[in-house]
Design a protein around this ligand. Structure first.
Ligand code: ADP
Length: 768
């Protein structure tokens, strides 16, 4: 059969050799007849096609064996090279075809060459001989190569895609990074790098938190574990708070990662915290204030009429209005009345509309309580209403008003002129008495106007200058009182006691004065009369004692003469009577001397001068030398000051007190001590002895004229010493008193003002 080929040129091969070749060549060889039927195929063909020769040989449906082209599309039988060659009578070479090999269960790729066979003289082939070679391996290698090319393209595409993604992520303002499961940072966007810097290949825990191993608080990989986004919050060591959003993510090459988006919420958290704190603060204020506060919310009833419902109330409100918060919230009932003109709801509506706060006073007659109320807009439909219970204030105001009326009554009925001036000295208020005193309205609008009130200093007769009036001095911050002689507007004369005191504001600035004018004309007259009668009496005492001295001296002298001449011839009784008469006359002289001294305290007074009390005391001690040495007394003293006083009277004063201290001694030798201390504006001198003491019940009596507690036999004396001492001290505007107990010694004190001179005017102290 094979030997029937047209070109059996090589006669060198015999039939057997052909057969061997046919059976052993690695290429498949198939013969088709003119009808396309396979008439022969070699073992290589059978192997490549995966079918036994029997199945194909003479199989008219050969064309139906699943053949495909290189691009995978079906390869129709009519297009097979054998068929083309048969039809065209031309050879076809190197056609690639995929043939399904059922034995191998895969396609085999073959490269086919078809050669037409002709019988001599015929132009149509009677057979086609097909030679094909298994190129599957080569084809696979090509495919692999193509695949390889394709995958490198894919890698490029992935790279480009990734770059684009990274570029986009870089532009986002939030921090974004891609974390691989082994804690690597595949990417960190610009915002992320701005916060944490470059990662330089560090693991995420080291990069972001400086920790050598994974952070124990990390929740980033939960997204990978669950496959769902996970959100959590972390506080960075620098104090920032980060809101972390993790998403499971696959890279273009399919590798799992976490896409982490970090939002720095530090400021937001801080603001939230601050807000919370401030809310808490306001809440605390709301809850603890002594002011009742209610929040009212606008609402409408079924008919659409606007009203207000309580939204919140504080504890003070609960206490003040008697509803608990639970009872109150949501209620539309009125808890305040509103003003007389407007209902509460109308007031609140107006506040809401205008945004202007409203303040008013409310009186709830049932409870008889007054409230000071303020309402202000809080939000679109809410108004805060604040109420302070002012009942007590109102009541005390009422009381003050009543007291004011009472005061007015007193002011109106007092004979003293009382008034207030402004800071310039202008009279702004007075009780109307001033005009009565002056018999005309002095209309005073400032210190200069005081000149219209004619007044004189009583002691000097000099006119009082406007700036010397107590009100003018009060404007300079001084409180003072003065006595003036005046001429009223009707020309009549009188006397006034004028005083004024400054009114100061909280800063101590003088803002005005309160003054009084008291008409003492009548009082003055009485006083002057008293003075005159006193003076007359004094004059009488002086004249009497002075004039009595002369006859007394005569009596004494003649008695002494009689005693001298008739002494020897007088009998005992007459001698005794003579002694009595002489003694009586001497006592009378002493009394007259003392009365004279007493009356001279005022009438023969010297002016004030600095008196060294230490020197004064030494003079006294010299005078008392005899008494001191007789009694064995010791007189000690502190360092004594210089005082402004009448020198002679100071000596007399000390002499009387120290003399008494020695005279009224007990069994023991007298111990006398003179001390001094400086008290508020005065010197207080003290003469202390260890004598017989005095029963305190005689405190007042002792300083009266001729008062004595002892008989002449017990202790000599006239009873005038302490009376004179008192007069001297009082003339110096001081005081005299004693402390004692019987048998316990006595302590006499007297005071001398530091500036006795200030009593100068009218006191006679500075007469020279
Ligand atoms: P006189 O000493 O002349 O009696 P005084 O007026 O000095 O008069 O004293 C009045 C009386 O006060 C004295 O009689 C005496 O009883 C009492 N008296 C005065 N000083 C002392 C004293 N230091 N201790 C005890 N009694 C005194």
């Amino acid at each position: 059969m094979l030997g029937s080929g047209k070109n059996n040129r090589s006669t060198a091969l015999d039939q057997g050799q052909y057969q061997l070749l046919f059976d052993t060549v690695p290429q498949g060889i198939v013969f088709h007849d003119a009808d396309g039927r396979v008439i022969a195929m070699n073992p290589a063909a059978e192997r490549i096609l995966g079918r036994p020769a029997e199945e194909l040989v003479d199989d008219p449906s050969a064309e139906d064996h699943g053949t495909i082209r290189e691009d995978g599309s079906p390869f129709p039988g009519a297009e097979h090279p054998s068929m083309v060659s048969m039809r065209t009578g031309r050879g076809v070479s190197d056609v690639i075809m995929g043939v399904y090999n059922p034995r191998e269960r895969e396609y085999r790729w073959i490269s086919i060459t078809a050669v037409p066979l002709f019988r001599p003289g015929e132009d149509r082939p009677y057979q086609v001989y097909t030679l094909f070679q298994d190129v599957t391996r080569q084809k696979r290698a090509e495919q692999a190569l193509r695949d390889l090319e394709l995958s490198s393209q894919a890698v490029e595409a992935v790279k480009a895609e990734r770059k684009r993604l990274y570029d986009v992520l870089d532009t986002l303002p939030v921090m974004i990074c891609l974390v691989t499961p082994d804690y690597g940072i595949a990417f960190a966007n610009r915002a992320f790098r701005e916060k944490f810097g470059e990662s330089h290949g560090r693991r995420c825990h080291e990069y972001c938190f400086g920790l050598p191993g994974p952070c124990d608080f990390c929740q980033s990989f939960r997204a990978l574990e669950t496959g769902r986004p996970h959100r959590w919050e972390v506080r960075h060591p620098d104090g920032s708070v980060i809101d972390v959003h993790d998403f499971p993510f696959r890279d273009a090459d399919g590798s799992p990662m976490v896409l982490e988006m970090d939002v720095d919420v530090t400021d937001q958290r801080r603001a939230e915290k601050a807000l919370k704190e401030s809310e808490a603060k306001y809440r605390a204020l709301f809850d603890s204030t002594v002011v009742a506060v209610a929040i009212e919310e606008l609402c409408f009833d079924e008919s659409g009429t606007p009203g207000f419902a309580l939204q919140d109330v504080n504890p003070t409100w609960e206490r003040m209005f008697g509803w608990t918060k639970e009872e109150a919230v949501g209620r539309t009932g009125r808890w305040l009345k509103g003003t007389t003109e407007q209902d509460l709801a109308d007031i609140l509506l107006k506040v809401l509309e205008t945004g202007e706060p409203s303040t008013f006073e409310d009186h709830l007659p049932d409870a008889d309580r007054y409230y000071s109320v303020s309402a202000w807009k809080m939000g679109a439909g809410t108004v805060a209403v604040e109420a302070v219970d002012v009942t007590d204030i109102r009541r005390s105001q009422r009381e003050a008003e009543e007291q004011g009326k009472l005061l007015q009554l007193i002011l109106d009925s007092t004979p003293v002129a009382i008034g207030i001036t402004d800071e310039k000295g202008g009279v702004v208020v007075d009780n109307g008495v001033l005009a009565k005193i002056w018999r005309g309205d002095p209309s005073l609008s400032g210190v200069a106007d005081y000149a219209c009130c004619r007044a004189w200093w009583p002691d000097t007769g000099e006119p009082v200058r406007p700036e010397e009036w107590p009100a003018a001095r009060a404007l300079r911050g001084e409180t003072s009182t003065a006595t003036f002689d005046i001429e009223r507007f009707d020309g009549s004369r009188g006397a006034l006691i004028v005083s004024a005191t400054p009114i100061k504001d909280a800063a101590g600035k003088v803002t005005g004065t309160v003054w009084t004018n008291q008409d003492i004309t009548d009082l003055r007259r009485t006083e002057q009369e008293l003075k005159r009668s006193n003076a007359e009496l004094q004059q009488f005492a002086y004249v009497a004692s002075h004039d009595l001295q002369e006859p007394l001296r005569m009596v004494t002298n003649y008695l002494q003469l009689i005693e001298k001449r008739e002494g020897e011839s007088l009998d005992e009784v007459s001698k005794k009577y003579m002694d009595y008469a002489v003694e009586g006359a001497r006592r009378m002289k002493a009394m007259i001397d003392d009365i004279l001294t007493y009356s001279r305290v005022e009438s023969r007074a010297n002016g004030l001068e600095p008196v060294d009390m230490e020197k004064a005391l030494s003079i006294v001690l010299k005078d008392l030398n005899l008494a001191i040495s007789e009694s064995g007394a010791s007189v000690t003293h502190d360092e004594l000051p210089t005082v402004l006083a009448d020198r002679g009277q100071m000596i007399l004063l000390l002499k009387n007190l120290v003399g008494n201290a020695i005279k009224y001694r007990s069994e023991a030798a007298p111990q006398v001590h003179v001390s001094v201390l400086r008290n508020d504006g005065e010197w207080i001198f003290t003469i202390e002895d260890n004598g017989i003491g005095i029963d305190p019940k005689y405190a007042d009596k002792l300083f009266k004229m001729f008062s004595r507690l002892h008989t002449r036999e017990e202790y000599p004396g006239t009873g005038m010493g302490l009376a004179i001492a008192k007069k001297i001290v009082e003339r110096h505007h001081g005081r005299i008193w004693f402390e004692s107990e019987l048998g316990r010694g006595s302590v006499f004190h007297f005071s001398i003002p530091l500036d006795a001179g200030r009593y100068g005017r009218g006191s006679g102290l500075n007469k020279k």
